[in-house]
Design a protein around this ligand. Structure first.
Ligand SMILES: [Mn+2]
Length: 359
């Protein structure tokens, strides 16, 4: 990961904004700029020097991980005071307004008398993170391939009467066994009518004797997140089940085909939604079509009807339309795609044919 290049790009932005330094508190942004993956840290990017402040628990980890920043281990327990001491008394300072609490702001100003020179910012580092570099794309591919690789063996463990939680557990164990650092988010495994809960948590309910099971899961690897959903069917699908699955698949294909640089992110959402509306299920697709993914599971751009984002080469986004019918169930199919110079490259290798299992 080229941390120095990322810091140089941020410094160029600070100069354009006539800001002397930036105090960064959002942990994924710290990781992006200097490699630090600990859970407590502040980064000051000054005109010539970058300094990471963390506590004694991370001494060894910071020594190994951090590139392009001086590391200060704060032993008195207040990183905000330590960072304030680093700031010049006359500097114009940018802070991440949407990533700082009122209590932290108070601590900063207890030690730095520069309130009138404070610049409240949002998304300065996140804007850089939107375009993934080659190292990041490689990391995302590894996470996505790992997650895809465990699905088949997990599905082979399904048994009649198995609880949703147990299937989710096998999925999560397999991700860990294959080398996953952690889960990308809380695994969703919901069967039968419960599949209509878009963000349902697995429960003690048994897998349906006949019906869909929605599995939405991801793994974190080297800080990067995967995100995929497959919906499988237990028992013989009805004509309605087949139809709904096909509509979702067609909606996803239409969205993937619409991706290319310069296109509005909202147009991708429209492409998926149009297919679902035409089939008469428009009222049953209440969420947006996708989102960026990287050091965070949800980041820019947002592929939704009201999104102002424009697609650009190097963005990595999910495409995940679905249909959810109360009392009946749900179907979602989710892949990750890389926006290329000419279109989209699907990064999720798992096939999308309707898979049916007899238990
Ligand atoms: Mn997703």
């Amino acid at each position: 990961m080229d941390f120095l290049k990322r810091q140089a790009a941020l410094r160029a932005h600070l100069r354009r904004q006539h800001v002397d330094a930036m105090l960064i508190s959002h942990l994924p942004n710290l990781r992006y700029l200097c490699g630090f993956s600990g859970s407590n840290g502040l980064l000051v990017v000054g005109p010539r020097q970058t300094t990471l402040f963390t506590d004694g628990r991370y001494r060894e980890q910071a020594r190994q991980e951090v590139t392009g920043a001086r590391v200060v281990i704060e032993t008195k327990g207040d990183l905000w005071r330590a960072a304030a001491a680093e700031l010049g008394p006359k500097q114009r300072l940018a802070i991440e307004a949407d990533r700082i609490t009122l209590a932290q702001r108070k601590r900063l100003f207890a030690h730095w008398k520069g309130l009138h020179r404070l610049v409240l910012t949002q998304g300065w580092v996140e804007r850089q993170r939107v375009i993934k570099d080659a190292d990041e794309i490689a990391a995302l591919r590894r996470a996505i391939n790992l997650a895809s690789s465990v699905l088949e063996a997990t599905l082979a463990r399904m048994r009649r009467g198995m609880k949703e939680t147990e299937l989710a557990g096998w999925l999560e164990f397999s991700l860990r066994q294959a080398g996953g650092e952690g889960l990308a988010f809380e695994t969703i495994v919901v069967g039968g009518a419960r599949g209509a809960r878009i963000h349902g948590q697995p429960g003690p309910q048994p897998l349906p004797r006949r019906g869909f099971v929605v599995m939405d899961y991801g793994v974190r690897l080297a800080g990067y997140h995967s995100d995929m959903t497959r919906t499988i069917h237990i028992g013989r699908p009805t004509a309605k089940a087949r139809q709904i699955y096909q509509v979702v698949r067609d909606a996803q294909s239409a969205a993937l085909a619409a991706i290319k640089p310069g296109v509005a992110a909202s147009a991708i959402d429209r492409a998926a939604r149009r297919v679902i509306q035409k089939a008469g299920f428009g009222a049953y697709f209440p969420h947006s079509t996708g989102h960026g993914v990287g050091l965070e599971i949800h980041e820019a751009p947002r592929l939704g009807a009201t999104s102002q984002d424009l697609l650009q080469a190097g963005q990595v986004v999910t495409v995940e339309p679905g249909i959810y019918i109360p009392g009946w169930g749900g179907v979602r199919i989710e892949d990750v795609a890389l926006v290329t110079a000419t279109g989209a490259e699907g990064l999720t290798p798992t096939p999308k044919e309707l898979l049916t299992y007899g238990l």
